[in-house]
Write a new protein. Structure first.
Length: 116
């Protein structure tokens, strides 16, 4: 039985691709293992560490849900007044009753605000 050259070439390329896949998998595993060599799990849970020191039972931090209207108002104030980022629970910036800007926006301050 004669072997077709197209079939032989296909089998050779398939074998080479499988070997390249195995080789890259082994190399990736070795790189990942080397990168994580010094990383270990913490000895205690970070949330229970402070509670045990205070003598309390392991209570979780309470999640504060902020209303959507307050978030939208805060974002509009930041955009209109070019103010640095503040938490939504703090006092918000000033906006006139008509909703227009009271101060002109300085483009340099806006760039500084975006860059942090």
């Amino acid at each position: 039985m004669k072997l077709n050259s197209t079939v032989a070439l296909t089998l050779i390329l398939l074998t080479l691709m499988a070997a390249a896949g195995v080789a890259s998998g082994i190399w990736g595993y070795a790189l990942g293992r080397e990168a994580l060599r010094g990383v270990t799990q913490p000895d205690v849970r970070p949330t229970s560490l402070g509670s045990e020191a205070a003598g309390e039972q392991g209570s979780r931090d309470e999640i504060i849900i902020i209303p959507e209207s307050k978030i939208i108002e805060d974002v509009k104030n930041r955009i209109n007044n070019s103010q640095p980022a503040r938490s939504s629970t703090e006092g918000l910036g000033r906006v006139s009753d008509a909703g227009a800007k009271e101060d002109t926006i300085n483009p340099v301050n806006r760039v500084r605000w975006w860059l942090g």
